[in-house]
Design a protein around this ligand. Structure first.
Ligand SMILES: Cc1ncc(COP(=O)(O)O)c(C=O)c1O
Length: 394
């Protein structure tokens, strides 16, 4: 199998997590809403999952709403928060580098009369907390800022932003922590958040299960109508094995976080030195305030998708940016917002390491990636210098 350097897209399911889930896919299959013994077994597992996740976030069990993933958690937070605040105002403040699960949801809300202000970021992808403060008016009901960017790994100053938002009465603060969760300690009190999104498949949990933290007392309208599940905030029979998998994976990830982050930083820096040794490459995102395992670059005079495809043939699985934009010809809105011209943004490449990445894999990548990047660049330069193929040397 190829060396997997795309952990920002998704991670493998951890063995211990599968083991914890299996009983609820087998004999513990009951519906938590049933009052008989099968239901009670499932209910107990679901309650434990709420407890476990809440404890790791410094939250209360009743503040955790399990969803189908990060996208749904973001949709629920933004639509639920916006509709609930409609009587007070219509202005939502966010940034130009959010994941589409936030950005496209905000576009949708604009169709219903909400005004969305997308703040610019600096060259490293960071938003200025002063600008957030300045953008909040008496019509503002919601601020949404991601904790860490999925394409370039930049960590936003969310603690400082939370402090600013908190000073404005009745403005909800939502944080998309989907990408940050395995690597950044999350304490909902320290961050002063009202709403916070997570997805299990980013920390070796199963796909199709996420969670939204909803601060007790937050007015948020449910976006699915039906049953009373998740305290009326998310109707539908609960995904009990998923919730158990989420909680198990998050508990393991949190317990090992300092050690994992230290190792990933070392491995990533080794790979960074090797890759940035190639002419025409540049690190994207913040040099220090970034996710420990994420190396994002632009390669001048080259096409990131072509490089990723060549790397795939050479046994390295990575991506150009977010998994969701792969396959589209659209250039990254994140790099564009960071001030990269379109032709440079087309040379984007993302290598993301994870807890299971070995030193031996990193060494192989240190040989293969620079060689492939250099060859693709030379190829691109050769075409540029000799468009008719008449043999001009490079
Ligand atoms: C920052 C961020 N938010 C939201 C999502 C969407 O999460 P999911 O794929 O679980 O729906 C992703 C997925 O890559 C992400 O990186």
């Amino acid at each position: 199998m190829a060396i997997y350097l795309d952990h920002a897209a998704t991670t493998p399911l951890r063995g211990e997590v599968l083991d914890a889930m299996l009983p609820y896919l087998k004999e513990g299959f009951g519906n938590p809403s049933s009052s008989h013994s099968y239901g009670r077994v499932a209910r107990a597992a679901l309650d434990d999952a709420h407890d476990g996740v809440a404890a790791r976030l410094n939250a209360q069990a009743r503040e955790i709403v399990f969803t189908s993933g990060g996208t749904e958690a973001n949709n629920l937070a933004l639509k639920g928060g916006a509709w609930a605040g409609k009587a007070r105002g219509h202005r939502i403040v966010s940034t130009a580098v959010e994941h589409h699960a936030v950005g496209h949801t905000l576009r949708y809300l604009e169709k219903f009369g909400f005004e969305v202000v997308e703040l610019p970021v600096d060259r490293y992808g960071r938003v200025d907390p002063d600008q957030i403060d300045a953008a909040i008016t008496d019509k503002t009901i919601l601020v949404s800022v991601m904790l860490a960017n999925n394409e370039v790994g930049t960590i936003q100053p969310v603690t400082e932003i939370g402090r600013r938002v908190r000073a404005h009465k009745d403005v909800l603060f939502h944080v998309d922590a989907v990408q940050a969760a395995p690597y950044v300690e999350i304490d909902v009190e320290a961050l002063s958040v009202d709403l916070l999104s997570l997805a299990a498949h980013k920390f070796e949990g199963p796909k199709g299960i996420g969670a939204l933290y909803v601060r007790h007392g937050t007015h948020m309208l449910a976006q699915q109508q039906g049953g009373t599940q998740e305290r009326y905030r998310r109707a539908g029979t609960e995904n009990v094995p998923g919730a158990v998998g989420f909680a198990t994976a998050y508990e393991l990830s949190c317990a090992e976080r300092p050690e994992t982050a230290r190792r990933l930083r070392r491995q990533r820096d080794r790979l960074k030195t090797a890759v940035l040794g190639v002419d025409g490459t540049e690190l994207t995102g913040h040099p220090r305030e970034r996710l420990p395992g994420l190396l994002s670059i632009v390669v001048r005079d080259a096409d990131g998708s072509a490089i990723a495809m060549s790397l795939d043939l050479e046994g390295i699985a990575c991506s150009v940016g977010s998994a969701c934009t792969t396959g589209s010809t659209e250039v990254s809105h994140v790099l564009t917002a960071m001030g990269y011209p379109e032709e440079e943004a087309r040379g984007a490449l993302r290598l993301s390491l994870g807890r299971t990445t070995t030193d031996a894999e990193v060494e192989t990548a240190c040989d293969v990636v620079p060689r492939v990047v250099a060859s693709m660049r030379v190829g691109a330069l050769a075409v540029a210098a000799d468009p008719l193929g008449q043999g001009v040397g490079v």
